[in-house]
Design a protein around this ligand. Structure first.
Ligand code: ATP
Ligand code: MG
Length: 426
C-alpha cells in the first residue's frame, strides 16, 4: 500500500534552493552592514522556559495570550519555542555576564514561532534579524539604530518605507497617562470592541494599537501620550528627532504607536510599507530600559529592533541578483575522461579558489550532459572526451552571452590563465 505523504505544518515553510540563494544574499548584506557599525553576533537556543516570555513580553499581549508554542517536556518543565529574540538575548546577556559595566552591541538571526493565522507576510515559523544594545541611554544610540536601518534599506534599493516614531516615556509617566486613558475609554465604552474592553483594565495602551477600523475615531480622539511625557523623556525624544533631521531622515510621529510588547519605554519606531497589504511593518524596535532589571539583572539601558525577513525579502527580492551558479560544467565522455575529470576539477579548484565548478557524475551521452550543463546555468562547458585525455587538452563550449555556441580547444595546463580572463563573475 502506498504511504501517505506527510506535509509540513501549516504556516511553517520550506525554503528551497531557488530561494535560499536570495536569503543568503540578503543575510550577507545585513551581516556586513552590522559589522560596519561594530555589532557582534550572539546565538541562543530556540527553546526557553515559558516564564522568560511571560515575565518580559507581558501576560496581556497577543503573543503570550494566544500565540506561543508552549509545551511540557518529558520532565514536565514548561517550555516555549521562542516567539521573539529580545527576551532570550537579554537572558543570555545577564547569565553570561555581558552586562557588567560594559557596553554591548549585539545581533542575532533565526526562526521565531507564533501561532497566528497564516497568510501572506504572516507565518507560524518566520525569521528575524534582531539587534539589541546595552549600556547606552542617550538618544544618539537610538539615532544610530535608525540610521543603520535606513542605510540597509538604501543598500537594498528599497524606497517607499516610512519611519514612524513615538515616545512612551518612562514607566512612571506612563502610569499617569494610563489613568487618564482609562478614564477616557470608560466614557466611550459603547464604541469599544470585545478585545478593547478586555484590555481596558489590563493593558489600555494596547487599545491605541488596535487594527479594528471601527475604532479609528475613538482612538484618534484619545488623550495623547506625547502630552504626558516627563521632561527627560521629552528632551530625549527631541534630541533624537534633531539628530534624525540633521541626518536627513524623514519620519512621522505616530502618537498611536505603542508596539505590541509591554517592555518598551521612551523611543518606539516602526518602518512601514504600503506594499505588503496589512502586513506592512518590516522593522520594529525601540528602547526597553526596564527589561534587564525585570529579568533579574542590574538596571541597564537597552534598545534594539527586529526585522521580519520574509517581509523584507518579498520587497527587495528583485534587487538582489544573487549568483551562485557554477562557472563551469565538466562534460566527461568515456571511462578515461570520467577518471581524469575528477582530478582535473580538483586541480582547477586548487588553482582558483573562487571558481565554482560542477562535474558530471555517472556518465551519459554528450547530449544529455550538455543539457545538464545548460540547466545548471554554467557559463562554459568543459568537454573531456577520449581525444582530449590523450592530447592533454580540453574543449570549451561557450554556453551564454554573445559567444554562445563558440568552441575552443586549449591545453589543460593553460586553463586557469584562460579562465581568469574569461569569467565575468569571479
Ligand atoms: P504585527 O503587528 O505585524 O503582528 P508584531 O508587532 O507582532 O507585528 P514584532 O513582534 O515587533 O511584530 O516583530 C518584528 C517584526 O517581525 C515585524 O515587524 C514583522 O516584520 C515580523 N513578524 C512578526 N510576526 C510575524 C509573522 N507571524 N510572520 C512573519 N513576520 C512576522
Ligand atoms: Mg503580531
Amino acid at each position: 500500500m502506498a504511504q501517505q505523504i506527510i506535509q509540513a505544518i501549516r504556516g511553517m515553510n520550506d525554503i528551497l534552493p531557488e530561494d535560499t540563494v536570495y536569503w543568503q544574499k540578503l543575510e550577507s548584506i545585513i551581516r556586513d552592514l552590522l559589522g560596519r557599525y561594530g555589532y557582534q553576533e550572539i546565538r541562543f537556543p530556540v527553546v526557553e522556559k515559558t516564564e522568560l516570555f511571560k515575565r518580559s513580553i507581558g501576560e496581556v499581549t497577543d503573543i503570550v495570550e494566544k500565540e506561543m508554542y508552549t509545551f511540557a517536556d518529558r520532565n514536565g518543565d514548561n517550555l516555549t519555542l521562542r516567539p521573539e529574540g529580545t527576551a532570550p538575548c537579554v537572558r543570555a546577556a545577564i547569565q553570561n555576564g555581558l552586562l557588567h559595566n560594559q557596553v554591548q552591541r549585539l545581533w542575532y538571526t533565526g526562526p521565531m514561532f507564533r501561532h497566528e493565522r497564516p497568510q501572506k507576510g504572516r507565518y507560524r515559523q518566520f525569521h528575524q534579524v534582531g539587534v539589541e544594545t546595552f549600556g547606552m541611554a542617550s538618544p544618539d544610540l537610538d539615532a544610530e539604530l535608525i540610521l543603520m536601518t535606513a542605510r540597509l534599506w538604501q543598500q537594498l534599493g528599497l524606497d517607499n518605507v516610512e519611519l514612524q516614531l513615538n515616545s512612551l516615556g518612562t514607566r512612571e509617566s506612563r502610569a499617569v497617562y494610563r489613568k487618564e486613558l482609562v478614564r477616557y475609554f470608560e466614557q466611550h465604552k459603547d464604541q469599544l470592541d470585545e478585545d478593547s474592553l478586555r484590555r481596558l483594565n489590563s493593558n489600555p495602551l494596547r487599545i491605541l494599537d488596535t487594527k479594528n477600523p471601527a475604532l479609528r475615531d475613538v482612538v484618534a480622539d484619545a488623550p495623547k501620550l506625547m502630552a504626558h511625557l516627563d521632561d527627560e523623556s521629552r528632551e530625549h525624544f527631541e534630541t533624537l528627532c534633531g539628530l534624525l533631521d540633521d541626518a536627513g531622515i524623514t519620519y512621522c510621529v505616530n502618537p498611536c504607536l505603542v508596539r505590541g510588547l509591554d517592555y518598551y519605554s521612551r523611543t518606539v519606531f516602526e518602518w512601514v510599507t504600503d506594499q505588503l497589504g496589512a502586513q506592512g511593518t518590516i522593522c520594529a524596535g525601540g528602547r526597553f530600559d526596564g527589561l534587564v532589571e525585570q529579568l533579574g539583572g542590574k538596571a541597564t539601558p537597552s534598545a534594539g529592533f527586529a526585522i521580519g525577513l520574509e517581509r523584507l525579502l518579498a520587497l527587495v527580492r528583485e534587487n538582489l541578483q544573487p549568483d551562485n551558479r557554477p562557472h563551469l560544467y565538466l562534460v566527461l565522455v568515456g571511462e578515461a575522461a570520467q577518471k581524469k575529470g575528477v582530478l582535473l576539477a580538483e586541480q582547477l579548484r586548487d588553482a582558483m579558489s573562487a571558481l565554482r565548478i560542477m562535474t558530471n557524475c555517472g556518465g551519459g551521452s554528450f547530449k544529455s550532459q550538455f543539457k545538464k550543463a545548460d540547466k545548471c546555468g554554467a557559463q562554459f562547458a568543459l568537454v573531456l572526451g577520449e581525444d582530449e585525455v590523450t592530447q592533454k587538452t580540453v574543449s570549451i563550449k561557450f554556453l551564454r552571452g554573445e559567444h554562445s555556441q563558440n568552441q575552443e580547444t586549449l591545453a589543460q595546463d593553460d586553463l586557469p590563465a584562460w579562465l581568469e580572463g574569461k569569467l565575468t563573475n569571479i
